[in-house]
Design a protein around this ligand. Structure first.
Ligand code: ADP
Length: 469
């Protein structure tokens, strides 16, 4: 469970959120701390300098005796634990001071005197008073030609302020970290709640339940777009699953009839004692049905291999007008049997293209077969081949039963047969194969039709389509 939480985006974002928040507030606090210490120190230094000038003025006016008195009085006024004054000669010998019982462990620094004599006007030091452990700020300054003032201020309030500041800082940081963890976690969880809904919907979808959809936020944000995309993906999957189901139902149905008939013949042969001629008839019927089955299976294989780009096509230079004429010659007798008028408008000259002739023959056989099959007696069929510089157009026009507009695309699907044509024999694979073959030649096939008035199948192929080699 804990492992799961660590892996969540919400946890990682909350962590980042907290880290960034903590670093930013840390930097702000440190800057503020530095500024506060500098300001306080500057204030103390100024106080020490003011005292030094006061001493210079008194010495100027009243001599060293005045300075002695001033030291005692000033220290008493401010508090003897707060401030001290010591007057020393440049060699370090003390000649006057305020009451020093609190400050007795604070000595005159030889280094500071040396620095002062070298030429520095004022020398500052921060020391720790050995007896109390308190910090103090010390100033050494010339107040007369042969008198140096050593004065110090206890930094109690300064230290207290900084330690209070540190406590506030630590408390505030703790609060900020806890607040940003909780706030970050809640905010990120709220922002990602849409993703959770999508995951839940995806989990609910099983093979049988493809109807579930995600409810969008309606705010046109990223999650709303994700929900819309996810839903349209589901629509597409639902459509595909439906068509696969329909197709497998159709396959089962179409395979069932010939197999039932084959079984019927075999049963008849077993149960009836017929003469040899009857057995021969039954065997030939069985072969015929088996061939139909094999043909269906082979056609399915050709379609799916070609669709997968693994079709066994042999492209070579082919005279299209010759091939169409030959196909028409082949189907002429069938049309005559139904008393159909058969018109041709095919270019006389050879029209060379690069194609798989056997495959294209299957296309035309199928289209001509359909035109004859779905046109009632005394109707008309026309075949035309025309070309312009870029493409070839072949039309197969009939005055047959026609096709409903909503079936214009469906008839090219595997096993689809329109309701009106169920009485005629067929597998529903012919047009699917035709479209696959034509598309392998970089062309296309479409249908235009009016129900009860006839249909026109139009094939377009690129002319001089040498690129298909
Ligand atoms: P089959 O003809 O074996 O049923 P096809 O794939 O060749 O399969 O055709 C699919 C469906 O398209 C047919 O069942 C029929 O409903 C419709 N169809 C095809 N050609 C025509 C046509 N010329 N006139 C009317 N309907 C047609």
């Amino acid at each position: 469970m804990t492992h799961k939480i660590f892996n969540t985006i919400a946890f990682r974002l909350a962590l980042w959120f907290t880290g960034i928040f903590a670093i930013c507030s840390g930097v702000v606090f440190v800057l503020f701390y530095l500024l506060a210490t500098q300001t306080l120190k500057a204030q103390i230094d100024q106080e020490l300098l003011d005292n030094a000038s006061k001493f210079s003025a008194v010495i100027n006016r009243n001599g060293l005796v005045g300075a002695r008195e001033l030291a005692v009085l000033e220290a008493q006024a401010a508090g003897e634990k707060v401030i001290f004054f010591r007057l020393v000669y440049p060699n370090g010998e003390v000649f006057a001071s305020s009451h020093m019982s609190y400050w007795q462990k604070v000595h005159v620094s030889k280094n500071a005197l040396k620095n002062l004599i070298i030429g520095n006007n004022n020398v500052f030091e921060t020391i720790v008073i050995p007896s109390t452990g308190q910090k103090a700020r010390i100033l050494y300054s010339f107040v007369a030609a042969n008198a140096i003032l050593q004065t110090g201020i206890a930094m109690d309030s300064y230290t207290r302020f900084l330690s209070a500041f540190k406590h506030v800082f630590i408390g505030a940081m703790g609060f900020i970290i806890i607040f940003s963890v909780v706030a970050g976690w809640l905010l990120v969880r709220k922002a990602l709640s849409g993703v959770k809904a999508i995951t839940k919907t995806a989990q609910n979808i099983t093979g049988n339940n493809l109807e579930a959809r995600v409810t969008g936020t309606g705010k046109k944000d990223e999650l709303d777009h994700l929900a819309i995309t996810f839903n349209s993906m589901l629509d597409r999957i639902e459509e595909l699953v439906k068509s696969i189901r329909e197709m497998s139902d159709n396959i089962a149905h179409d395979l069932k009839s010939p197999i039932t008939r084959i079984r019927g013949f075999a049963e008849l042969a077993l149960t009836h004692e017929e003469n040899l001629e009857d057995y021969r008839g039954m065997a030939s019927n069985t072969i015929e049905e088996s061939d139909r089955l094999l043909d269906m299976i082979n056609t399915m294989l050709v379609i799916s291999r070609a669709e997968a780009g693994e079709g066994d096509f042999k492209f070579e230079k082919t005279d299209l007008s010759l091939m169409i004429n030959e196909a028409c010659d082949l189907f002429m007798p069938l049309a005559e049997d139904k008393n159909l008028e058969f018109k041709r408008e095919i270019i006389k000259d050879p029209v060379y293209i690069i194609a798989d002739i056997k495959m294209l023959q299957r296309v035309f056989s199928n289209l001509l077969d359909n035109a004859i099959k779905y046109t009632p007696e005394n109707g008309r069929i026309s075949v035309a081949l025309s070309l312009n510089t870029r493409e070839l157009t072949i039309t197969i026009d009939d005055t047959g039963i026609g096709i409903e507009p909503e079936c214009f695309e469906k008839i090219f699907e595997r096993f689809y047969r329109a309701e009106s044509s169920r009485t005629s024999s067929g597998t529903g694979l012919g047009l699917s194969l035709a479209r696959t073959i034509v598309r392998q030649h970089k062309g296309d096939i479409i249908v235009k039709s009016r129900q009860g008035r006839g249909s026109v199948f139009v094939i377009t192929l690129p002319y001089n389509n040498l690129e298909v080699i």
